[in-house]
Each structure stands twice: as structure tokens, then as C-alpha cells.
Write a protein that binds this ligand. Sequence first.
Ligand code: ZN
Length: 110
Amino acid sequence: MDRDYRIGLNESIFRDVNEQLEELADQFRPSDGELDLICECGNTDCEQRITVRRSDYERIRSDSRQFIVVPGHETEDIEDVIEQTSGYDVVRKRAGAAAQAAEENDLRAD
Ligand SMILES: [Zn+2]
């Protein structure tokens, strides 16, 4: 499998986990609060947590190519940092295999 595609696929898997964490949070705290998510970087050994406001998470998730990572966890040759906060960075895949993987494996996309 192409390396870039694999990274995109790994990130998509973490994104799916975060989707489930959000769903769980919905059941216990239905209001707009903070979500305790995992870093969506391409490193499968990364287990760092990120706190994101639900409204920010929804905005970021509305684009299949965007992911939330711990600052510094971006993969520079396949994605750009488009937003920086104190707790996390938002990255967006450039066109290519990783972007393709991110879009093909987005559970929210039709
Ligand atoms: Zn990470």
C-alpha cells in the first residue's frame, strides 16, 4: 500500500474512534461541551489526548480532509496546518493519496 495512503487511512481510523467518543459524550452530556478526543496523527503509536469544543469539532469534521492533531504531530509532506490553538492544530490533507484515503474512509461522506 502506498505510504501516503496508509497515513491517510491511519488518520481516518483515529477519526472514527473520535466519532464514537463524540457519540458517547452525546449520550451523557448532550449540551455543547468539550470533547476528550485522541490525536488523529498518522502515527499509530500516538495515544495523546486532545480537548476540543464540540462546535469546533463539528466545524473541523465538516471537511473530510481535515484532522485534529497535537501541535507538532502534522506530517509536513502531505498536509498543511491551517489552524493553531493552544491545545491542538488542525491539519488539512493536500491533494494526493492521503487525501484520497481520508475522503474514501470518511463515514460521514455519502
Ligand atoms: Zn499524534
